[in-house]
Design a protein around this ligand. Sequence first.
Ligand code: FAD
Length: 433
Amino acid sequence: PIVLFWFRRDLRLTDNAGLYHALTSGFPVLPIFLYDEDILTQLSSKQDGRVQFIHGSVTALDTQLQELQSSLLVRYGKPLEVLEELVQQYAVQAVYANHDYEPAAMKRDQEIAAFLETKGIPMHTFKDQVIFEKNEIVKEDGTPYRVFGAYKKKWLATLSDASRASYPTARFQDHFLKTVPFRSLSLEEIGFEASQTVSFPASLVPEEIIKTYDQTRDLPFLAGTSRLGLHLRFGTVSVRQLVQQALQLNAVWLGELIWREFFMMILFHFPHVEHRPFHLEYEHMPWLNNEDHFARWCAGTTGYPLVDAGMRELNATGFMHNRVRMVAASFLVKHLLIDYRWGEAYFAQKLLDYDLAANNGNWQWCAGTGCDAAPYFRVFNPEAQTKKFDKQQEYIRKWVPEVGTASYPAPLVDHALARDRALKTYKAALSTA
Ligand code: FAD
């Protein structure tokens, strides 16, 4: 008899809640990872940095497990079908995993738990991705917060030593099932190929970056942010350890980790936001959705240097600085009056740190359609933002070297006219909603 531990968005052996519970269950633990065919076949590029990152992390996990005389069982397919096979093959007493909060993942887990139940096998799942989940941070009357400031206050007041304590997984690592190494799957076998140009940020951040974060975080020409988004997304770092570090080093950076949980909480309580505005009165905005304008925004040829630099950074690296994300998103929605969901989908395709809750929450924030969003009458002025945050145009010149020359395009729209048009359109849409 064994138990399974199913790795998903928690690709690490240390401080892993679900893994800790599996290792202390009293049965040997067979660790598994499933490449989900349904997710992977939806991706449009064969060179997807996220898949490459997952593949590398899964390979690293297997290596670490082999050092413990165990091995990671890796399969490709539909999770339910693979689990059906595995429970036939092994005497599985229980399946352990960590919570996932995205609507599609919750549906998958419900179906799998229901199937396992028919076999008399319990599925035990745990909170691991966040400090607080679901209903842990709610208002006095039990309803979810809609405003970040109040949520953050309650989050901080609720935080205790216990809520950020690490799980001592390493102490029980001889409880993995001893086995000869399983055959691993190459990137090609799961339908992808390695990109020669992608590079992944380190999972260990120099303390100095966190310490000075409040002074450097808005300056896109500096390496002033942690670049941990990708690691948080796939669980190659533990959020408990990061919160511990943040408490010691920088309250502003801690605030960013709380934003992350805020948007996860919003998606959990208001799942309609995945496809519709949080505030439904914006549902029928008369977007212009000009496809040529959209293509120029995607390519970084709008004639607005800060927007173009951001889009080119994204296209080239899979990352865009947060300040520039805000400016580029606001430009698409307000200046070009293009449905925020077009931009959201483009970011989802390109961002290495793409996360449904954070991407959606931030896009809706920029579009003015979200909870606690910037009000619609706040329209970012790309030039004013450049003066404030990239005065010497270091960032701009890095990504748009032809800026100021004849080969750089003229602005796609005039700022003052576009701003005026956005204000009128939003106002009219609200008054008829
Ligand atoms: P740091 O600045 O060092 O922050 C640390 C961590 O805190 C981040 O890695 C992230 O996990 C979290 N965080 C920081 N800011 C936010 C925020 N505003 N909302 C939620 N979490 C935050 N972040 C994503 O993780 N995935 C996305 O898909 C995503 N899409 C975005 C789309 C738009 C239009 C905008 C304006 C922002 C988006 N963000 C997204 C938020 C933010 O831009 C990134 O988290 C940040 O730039 C990542 O850089 P970093 O890892 O160096 O973060």
